[in-house]
Design a protein around this ligand. Sequence first.
Ligand code: GLY
Length: 327
Amino acid sequence: MKLNRRNFIGKTILATAGSLIGFKYTYAQKTLIYKGKKNKPVVISTWNHGLKANEAAWEILKNKGRALDAVEKGVMAIEADPDILSVGLGGLPDRDGYVTLDASIMDETGNAGSVSFLQHIVHPISVARLVMEKTPHVMLAGEGALQFALLNGFKKENLLTPKAKKAWEKWKKEAKYKPIINIENHDTIGMLALDADGNLSGACTTSGLAYKMHGRVGDSPIIGAGIYVDNEVGAAVATGMGELVMKTLGSFLIVEFMRNGLSPQQACEKAINRIKQKLPNYKNFQIGYLALNKTGETGAYSLHKGFNYAKYDKKNNRMIEVDYLLK
Ligand code: GLY
């Protein structure tokens, strides 16, 4: 990394001060010093559907647009895709046949909005953004979220596609309430972006666990669990079995680990290890974490094999296979 004179002097002063007062010269301090070079803009998002979401987000980021607009537009492309069975239109229903959606969004000012248990609306992420921007609240749920969406011009639609209905009817024959590890490569779309101005935002949207109990809400709309953004430090999103993420407040934890000096990769690994330490049944479920810091560095880690994410930066839009704990 190229250092200019001011950065070099800053580095020397900080390193000297650090050794005098006895703190370790950490990764976080290094990234604060190496201000000159950042990987921006950059956008990352969960699973194979992340490639398509990144394309939509990049249209905004490449024109020096705001990260918040990029993450909203990015995940909207997946919400509107009827062939993706875990998000928005075409999402698999709960065990009673209702498609219920969760979504959340955070901007560079620390503002947050979310919706949970929302039905009939193709773009819950845009309703979450309106909750953030137009109300004094962070979360609206169920009927209230729907009323708010309709009042703001969203259209009521049937989200249960013939494909999802067929899958639910097949499941109903046995109706085993047994969450499966998401190794089939479909779940929440979580997206994080750093824009050309160096600002971070994140978005997360899902139909949640397939055939869940009616009324079940996962981690995705819970700020700090499914998503967290701190523009001074970095951002994180989660995918997989939301209950484990909620019990360990995974995304907030990752951002705090980064604040304390860990790289995005180290922070994701530590948060997955926290699940191992705290939750005895962790082996039965999949969890994947993604993180992005203020310099545009990314990281990811999961419990089981099979998690991947898409990354789009100056180089290109590509899939990255993620390392995992349970080998
Ligand atoms: N991570 C999505 C959910 O558990 O609902």
